[in-house]
Design a protein around this ligand. Sequence first.
Ligand code: SAH
Length: 248
Amino acid sequence: MDIPRIFNITEARHRIHNPFMPEDLETLGAALDLRSGTRILDLGSGSGEMLCTWARDYGVVGTGVDMSQLFHTQANSRAQELGVSGLVNFCHNDAAGYVSTEKVDIAACVGATWIGAGIQGTIELLNKSLRKGGMILIGEPYWIQTPPTEEIAKGCLAGAISEYLLLPDLLAFFNQLNYDVVEMVLANQNGWDRYEASKWLTMRRWLEQNPKDELFEEVRALLHSEPERHTRYTREYMGWGIFALMAR
Ligand code: SAH
């Protein structure tokens, strides 16, 4: 079981697989008033940076579920490196339908809401693991400005303009689902560059080391087109943030 191999190649060196920077995770952790023993479930936990650093900084405990074998391995190494292996537990699994045995204080899905077939389904899934009065974290893109054409939306790697909302409309959507938005931390263009631009050197090195690989041509084409695509589209039109929600 694994995610498509191209992501394991292009994001092999990422600690955070999203436009967030370490200081954004720090800001969010501080904003959420995390305590020692706060229980967190993270679906699509990637290389585990959020859980591991919050365990180090606040003593939170938790489980991360991720389908990438590579990111799962990296999450375990990071936990060891930060000395938090006793606090966090990473599970290599499909998170679709995953419900924790013990209820958690915070249930998160950061940049992987396809796991629940969209925002609403993911909130419903997370809710099954959440204690009454607990908090949900959703990491999701939004439009900074609505793309004037569908072609521009596709340039942002969105299926269509309708796939994402403007930020106020996204917050209104959470509201309609009967959730209070109680916090948010938004990425900025530097964060987008850390996420996107740091794939380029990874790709370049991978190409040098894997000239005979079946994905060589695909990675070559991506390295050729991605810098221009990112700066022309994603960097200008897309925002991204983590939103903290509490049911009313
Ligand atoms: N939350 C992490 C990772 C976000 S990237 C971070 O912010 O760094 C999206 C993650 O979802 C990837 O790690 C990918 O491996 C994982 N993923 C994709 N489909 C999944 C699924 N069905 N179940 C579990 N994880 C999945």
